[in-house]
Design a protein around this ligand. Sequence first.
Ligand code: NAP
Length: 286
Amino acid sequence: MEYITLSNGVKMPMLGYGCFLISPEECERCVSDAIEVGYRGIDTAQAYYNEEGVGNAVSKAIAKGKVKREDLFLTTKVWIMNAGYENAKKSIEESLQKLKTDYIDLLLIHQAFNDYYGTWRAMEEAYKAGKVRAIGVSNFYPDRFMDLALFSEIKPMINQLETHVFQQHKDDRKYIEKYGAHIEAWAPFARGENGIFTNPVLYKIGAKYNKSAGQVALRFLIQSGIPVIPKSSHKERMAENLNVFDFQLSEEEKKAIEAFDQGKNIFMNHEDAAQIESFFARFGVK
Ligand SMILES: NC(=O)c1ccc[n+]([C@@H]2O[C@H](COP(=O)([O-])OP(=O)(O)OC[C@H]3O[C@@H](n4cnc5c(N)ncnc54)[C@H](OP(=O)(O)O)[C@@H]3O)[C@@H](O)[C@H]2O)c1
């Protein structure tokens, strides 16, 4: 495993296991399998409703001596409906309980909506109290990211963004890194969109190293210094997705993949009013 060092010195795995869209029941099995095949980073969120599944899998793996807590890197995220100082503070305690842990390795604000300044204060407090080892944000576009970074005591250490070969954040990245954070890639496979798993360029590059198109897509991000959190419910795919540390893309191959960049999100544009309105409506906010 390779690691990235956050601005406070904490080391985070370059590849972790993503838990989005995994049912609460299935999550324990998936995370147990992920730990078994060698994952040490686990990415969940209050809004995934599967923190308990993560907590069960992790605590059982630790009790059976399969892994040490200090070798795991647990990420969760404060949801929009838990925003604001008091609500966020309470929700952090709930996440700790559900995850069955004394500390969260990385705590993120899930979306830049509602009272995220209040949320940030609660997170800074949890960080100072040792309940959280690193804090950051997710889906913060450069304007909101810089606002929080410039006017807070502690600057976000991560900005988890939709990032894949079709959305590489070449420009945003400069500003995010300038103010102390690293980009982390959610949906590093673009959830299979645009035929990523059968893309002829990725496939051809992969054939040279005996790797799949998906492995090349992950390797590209990792080699660009972007940590990734691919999701799969299948154990054999979990193993495949983790097996990306024994080859190196050439400069020419990286350039060929850089050309895929469309510079925009596939799944959600947080600046599109109509999209945001229907997104909020799903949570009864109108
Ligand atoms: N911060 C945020 O707002 C945010 C938003 C979305 C996601 N995330 C995080 O990012 C993680 C990853 O993103 P994601 O789950 O949306 O998408 P993703 O990792 O890009 O893609 C997951 C999809 O790819 C399939 N897949 C995985 N490995 C494969 C392989 N080797 N061959 C073929 N298909 C494969 C999976 O199917 P199977 O499961 O059937 O294998 C699943 O349908 C999430 O789980 C979550 O932790 C964060």
